[in-house]
Design a binder for this molecule. Structure first.
Ligand code: GDP
Ligand code: IMO
Ligand code: MG
Length: 429
């Protein structure tokens, strides 16, 4: 069996949680492979709303195994809160939530360093979610980190103290930053008990065994490809590999095992935090997109920046990920727009280009727009592609032609069932 992958093709918040939750019923295992509580994946079903940060979005499907892979960074405090919110919906979470021993731990001091260093950057701040992601991955690559499996070590406390002392030294660089470590530290140690209650496994053996047994596995990406540490809009990125290759490192599977790569894009584009965003609309239209799309961060509540869909950007991330099918979400948000913009290329240094330039951060990238006719029809109750208004079908087909990947699903609302499914064979490649 192969592992199918779902990931975001823009700057995050594409609707991954909703799509994973929907598709999960067709799988045996859902696995997160990177990121951590910077993610906020929203699921809506049967009148309930959940926002997951660390727990994979397959948790609400009966009997399904959920794995937090080695590539993820875990804050035991957030994890415990999240488990608490599952309430009666997942009474058997201890049986179904597996955690890799090699996943790294976010310490309270990682969060403090994140916050202090962001504050010190002033105007140039990344706009981090302040969950301690960057400092934790820095300790991982710096070979100082603590991992889930370490909590079973008799000298865990010693290892913790050593890392904490290193962090305290770093925090002296930010004397104006205040924090109350004592209470957070006590809570952190308490929350490690919750982590120990879960199934702590050698995730790489676990997942390969599942594959051997013919189990169907779905890898759930976090963030978006434009936030990838290598290929994103550096330095305005997160600290992990959010693209398909992250699945191999973040779960311990061979590239041969990757099956379908399902790339998700909104029907327009958003970004939260700092950094370049060529198609951002600073006008009334941008404001309308934010209002219609409810574009406020699921993790931090910050307003998301909004703009039109960006073809060079999507072609770039489709190439990086090897996307085999596309999911377009939030098309209903465009319901009331007379005209919809599509950036078909860029003007860069006086020349036309279809590529994302190296230094997209210099603000010289000017999108070239094609305007498409809107449909002025409410799509939220639609379930059949052929019944869509012609302008909506044309919009989807235009994207398909420009991106050269079939659109297998179109999401018309936040609810689990608000989806239009298309057999990929019906789709013009
Ligand atoms: P994720 O991080 O990729 O899982 O996405 P988020 O949960 O951060 O943000 C997506 C937001 O859009 C959430 O509030 C979802 O409930 C909502 N959403 C997902 N799909 C649709 C859709 O097709 N239409 C509308 N209107 N909202 C959607
Ligand atoms: P999901 O999985 C949107 C952004 C932050 C910031 C940058 C670095 O819900 O799509 P970090 O906390 O990782 O150091 O922040 O990345 N960011 C996200 N933006 N969705 C996310 O996750 C994000 N996770 C991080 O806003 O600009
Ligand atoms: Mg999100």
């Amino acid at each position: 069996m192969a592992i199918d992958v779902i990931l975001g093709l823009q700057w995050g918040d594409e609707g991954k949680g909703k799509i994973v939750d929907y598709l999960a019923s067709q799988y045996d295992v859902v696995a997160r492979f990177q990121g951590g509580p910077n993610a906020g994946h929203t699921l809506k079903f049967d009148g309930h709303k959940f926002v997951l940060h660390t727990i994979p979005s397959g948790i609400f499907r009966k009997g399904l195994v959920n794995l937090i892979g080695n590539g993820v960074v875990i804050d035991p405090i957030t994890l415990r809160k999240e488990i608490g919110k599952l309430g009666d919906f997942v009474p058997d979470y201890k049986e179904r939530l597996f955690v890799s021993n090699k996943a790294h731990l976010i310490l309270p001091t990682h969060r403090y360093i994140d916050a202090a260093s962001e504050a010190a950057k002033g105007q140039e701040k990344i706009g981090s979610t302040l969950k301690g992601i960057g400092p934790t991955y820095m300790d991982k690559t710096g070979r100082n980190g603590l991992r889930v499996g370490d909590v079973y070590s008799p000298n865990f406390k010693e290892k913790y103290e050593k890392l904490k002392e290193k962090h305290m030294g770093l925090l002296k660089l930010y004397p104006e930053y205040e924090f109350d470590l004592e209470s957070e530290e006590a809570l952190w140690f308490e929350c490690l008990d919750t982590l120990r209650e879960l199934k702590n496994v050698d995730g790489e053996y676990f997942i390969n065994q599942q594959l051997k047994e013919g189990k169907r596995i779905l890898a759930e990406g976090a963030q978006g490809s434009m936030l990838d540490i290598d290929f994103g809009t550096y330095p305005y990125v997160t600290s992990s590999n959010t693209v398909t290759s992250g699945v191999c490192n973040g779960l311990g599977v061979s590239p041969h095992k990757i099956g379908e790569v399902i790339g998700i894009t909104k029907a327009y584009c958003t970004r939260v935090g700092g950094g370049p965003f060529p198609t951002e609309l600073h006008d009334e239209t941008g404001e309308r997109l934010r209002e219609a799309g409810g574009e406020f961060g699921a993790t931090t509540g910050r307003p998301r920046r909004c703009g039109w869909i960006d073809i060079p950007q999507l072609n770039y991330t489709i190439m990086l990920n090897g996307v085999t099918q596309l999911v377009i979400t939030k098309i209903d948000v465009l319901d009331g727009f007379d005209e919809i913009g599509v950036a078909s290329g860029y003007e860069y240094n006086g020349k036309h280009t279809d590529q994302v330039p190296f230094d997209i951060c210099d603000g010289e990238v000017k999108p070239v727009y094609e305007m498409h006719k809107g449909w002025n029809t409410v799509l939220t109750a639609e379930r059949d592609f052929d019944a869509l208004p012609e302008a909506a079908r044309r919009y989807i087909k235009t994207l398909e032609e420009k991106l050269k990947v079939p659109v297998s699903m179109v999401s018309v609302g936040p609810g689990r069932e608000q989806l239009i499914l298309r057999a990929v064979a019906d789709v013009v490649k």
